[in-house]
Each structure stands twice: as structure tokens, then as C-alpha cells.
Design a protein around this ligand. Sequence first.
Ligand SMILES: O=C(O)C[C@H](O)C(=O)O
Ligand code: SF4
Length: 520
Amino acid sequence: MQNFEQSVYKLIVETSTNLPGDVRQAIKRAQEAEDRATRSGLSLSTIASNIEMAETKISPICQDTGMPTFVVHTPVGANQLVMKQQIRNAIAQATKDGKLRTNSVDSLTGGNTGDNLGPGTPVIHFEQWEKDTIDVRLILKGGGCENKNIQYSLPAELEGLGKAGRDLDGIRKCIMHAVYQAQGQGCSAGFIGVGIGGDRTTGYELAKQQLFRRTDDTNPIPELQKLEDYVMEHANQLGIGTMGFGGQVTLLGCKVGVMNRLPASFFVSVAYNCWAFRRQGVLLSAETGDIIDWVYPQGSELPMKDESAVSQAAEAAASMASESSERREVRLKMPLTEEEVRSLRVGDIVILDGEMHTGRDALHKHLMDHDSPVDLNGAVIYHCGPVMLKDEQGWQVKAAGPTTSIREEPYQGDIIKKFGIRAVIGKGGMGAKTLAALQEHGAVYLNAIGGAAQYYAECFKRVNGVDFMEFGIPEAMWHLQTEGFAAIVTMDAHGNSLHADVEKDSFNKLAQFKEPVFTS
Ligand SMILES: O=C(O)C[C@H](O)C(=O)O
Ligand code: SF4
């Protein structure tokens, strides 16, 4: 077992940096289904480039490298204590090397352990089996999509869908609702794992286990296969699209499992995973710990770049459409003026140069009753918790995509007005309070593409400084010299919100699925 730790390290790096082949296949199909000239189509192209960049640079696909969750099958009698220690060592090493973000935070003090180790992290499940090999599987599921997990207790009354009973049709309604309520906030298009039955804990566990199934497998239970097919077809009619921009593809995969329940309980648990569906596995020799095989097709087997003539023509058409009068591209230098910002409209693409500042949960809470360490008049705040590494030249940005903005809804409007901020960049959109503040003060919300952490890291040319390192690397306020950062205006200073429109439209579509489909 001398190579067990090294093999687990390789598994962690592969999982974080190289999206598996079956997941890539699902994203490629989405690209084919979506018109390339639309916002969703263009976002999918960026996602595809980001996947390639992460693989080439051996850097995290998304800056949120998630809750590392291992499922390990060992021969009877193998020493699990030693394995556990070696998994922990491999996690700490991968964090030090910038392949994982420092993601383990003390829930009471907010302190970041800095090495991804701490009470409850990483998660390691051991099972024994009769085989003489070791199977180690890993999923890195990020926090934004984890926040969109949902558990239903049947019978229930569901908005838009009416009564959901304790039967297959009630389950169908829960799953449709689960996709609807995620909107774009979990970086759609997503994958869902569904657990029917169990208790509140095992139901969610069963839902997560489904995410370990291959995206192209067949459910051994025919009724559940039918349900999966139904959801794949109809959830994609909700019109939520990539990042909630509207479009044909909202869901990339649906896997449903079932277990027994108590007579009084009937839970339907849904685990939502973003497009950056990072899970991989290795089969190891129990003697040496060497890798015998990979469990899922490796990403390198399926390049995301489509070199065919057809695709190049479509690409050219898309870029021409994006240059047409319908889509305005505006290049602005930070700090921004009120006039510049008030001239922007939902749908405009803004390209930013100059200095921007990151800020997420801890900073927003802090700024409510403290001063800012830098002048934020005209500033652009980026909701982002990057992966950073320090070398001889100083801090380097290793991965830096947006985080879910809605968490800052209680603070954002006040902070915009208090400091004179002119733009906020994030993903998933914000609510009515922020929209009103944008209009009142003269500011915009820009939606960046969630998960495209390598794509955006390239735009940060230099780290000008950092404040609040005591909040930990993801929560600190990084001052970043930026060139060519592109994002779409999805909430403008005139009271328009693409997010509110898509939510309303998808709600109307959801209500079309009210009538029973699976009758017993
Ligand atoms: O924590 C992050 O950087 C992002 C998070 O996964 C999110 O989706 O909001
Ligand atoms: S930012 Fe998006 S892609 Fe990254 S972990 Fe969060 S939900 Fe997933």
C-alpha cells in the first residue's frame, strides 16, 4: 500500500481539473441543442473553453472545489485507519498545491483551517466488499449547488403544481419543482440525483449516491427509468437555460434511486449538481495502492473543442450575430461613472479594464457597519472567492469564477448606496431590494458565467493588494488589476431584471405540468 496516498492525490487532482468524459458528453449535447448565438449558447462555449483550459493548466475547473466526499470500498480486513490518514494527507497536499481551494471553515468563528481538514471535512465513507481491490470514488460538489438541494415531505402542496401525493406522480411533481426552484443559481444546466424514501438523512445520502452513477447508464427499475426520461424531456421545457439566461437546456442528467421508508414518512430528496460535475474514481491494487484503472471515462478522451467545419461555421455565425446591433458590447474602464452605468441595458455585454475588488459574505456583513479599507466610489465589486497561491513573485490568481449573489441580498442595496459602488458582478442574479438600489443610485448587476474559473483567472493580470486576510483566502478582499473581463448586464439601472423575467416565465411553464402523468 506504499502508493495509496499518491494515488488518492492523483484522483483529487484529476477530479478537480479534468471533467470526466460522460459529463463532457452531456455538455456537448447541450451545445448542440442550444442556438450558439444566444446568451445561453455563448455561455456554453465559454464553459467548453474553460473545461479545456482547466485540463491543460491542471488547475481547478471551478474555484469552489466543494466538499471533498470519498466513498471507499476495501477488501475485508483492510486497515481503514491508515487509509483515512493518507486521504487526509493527500487533501492537505492538493490544497497546498492550489488544486483545491481552502474550503474548511469553522462554523462558529468563521476561521478557515487553510488545509481543508477539520471536523467533518473531508467526508469519507468506508464500505467493505468481497473483492481484493480498493475502489475510491470522489465527488467535489460546490456550495452554490449544494444550497439548491431540496427535500420534500409528501403529501405536499407545491407552488404551480398543486397537490403532490404519496405516489409516482407526486414524486414527479417534486422533481420538476426542484429544477424550477434552483433557477440559474446552482450554475445550470445541472445534474440531479433523487432519493425516494429513507429518513431525512438517508434520503439525502441516497440522492447524492445517484450522482455516482454514469450519466449514460440505464435505471434497473423500469418505472424509475420512465421517470428519469420524463424529467429530462420536460424539465428542459422550463426555459431556464444556462446560468438562468433562458434557453433549451436546463437539465443535463437525472438519476433516481429508491429505498424503504417509515409508514409515517415519505421524503423525496434532491441533490442538485452544477454543470461542473466533478466526480471520478480509481480502482487500486490492495497490495501496492497503485492505480489499476479509472472508474469513469477520463476527460482527455473527449476534447471539448469541436474542430468540424459545421461547428466553425456556426461559431462564425454566432460571433457575427453577437456583433450585430441586437447585442451591444461596451468596454469600460474602472472606476465607473454614473452616466456610463445608466446608459447600460439588460442584455449588453460589458468588458471591464482597471482595478476590481472581490467581496463575498464576510466582507458584505463587515461593510454594513465599518468603513472600507479602499475608496469604493465608482467601484466594481466581484462576488468571488478565488483560489490564490503565493510564490516568489507574490500572489497568483489560480481560479476565480463568480459566486451566488443572492446571499448578499440583505446587504447589497445598502452597501451600494453607502460606498457609491457602480457595479456588482456575480451569478444567479439578485432580488427586488438590490434592483431598487440599482435604480435609485445608478448601478448595474453583471452576470458572469458560474464555474468558468480559468476563463476569468486569465483576466486578472496582477494582484494589487489584499485586505481582510483574517477572513481566509476565499473571503478576503482582493484588489485585482483586470483586463478584458466580460459579463452580461442582467439587472440594469432602469428597473429591468432578466432573472425576474426568466423566473416568471419558467413558473408559467411549470404550471403546465400540473396534470397527472403517472397514474396508478
Ligand atoms: O464558493 C464559491 O466560490 C461558489 C459557490 O459554489 C457558488 O456556487 O456560489
Ligand atoms: S460556482 Fe457554480 S460551478 Fe462552481 S461549484 Fe458553485 S455552483 Fe458549481
